[in-house]
Design a protein around this ligand. Sequence first.
Ligand code: SF4
Ligand code: SF4
Length: 131
Amino acid sequence: MSYFQVNEKCNGCLACVQNCPARALEAREAGGLQTLLHNMARCARCATCWRICPQGAVEFRHMLENRWDEVVTHVLVRCQVCGEVVYTEPLTRSLDEKVRQLVEPLCARHKLERQAAILSGRVPVAGGGVE
Ligand code: SF4
Ligand code: SF4
């Protein structure tokens, strides 16, 4: 959803586009339709559009929200012993490719315990044998 939002009173007069000092608003025409566009990277949040709009259509409060937008979501991988989150699935795949072996999903504490067990010969080493 855009930070720049207008309500149903907008009549497409384009006073906001013509008066925006940052050229953050644009109007495009295609297929018999006019579309108002806003570029947040250019916008100075100066509120000129809100002041100049003859219809009172600019819902400027959305521009002041300081909200967090979701960018990407990944599946989490948890320590196979205690369930603590250790990394994401794509990161696991990336690590797998780099070290060319399966990276065991273990938290720092259980990784240390695992290494201690391998060194003491209590646990077989991955790939066969006992150290
Ligand atoms: S100035 Fe107001 S009514 Fe005119 S196009 Fe912009 S938002 Fe819509
Ligand atoms: S807040 Fe200012 S810079 Fe941003 S779109 Fe409105 S007039 Fe342009």
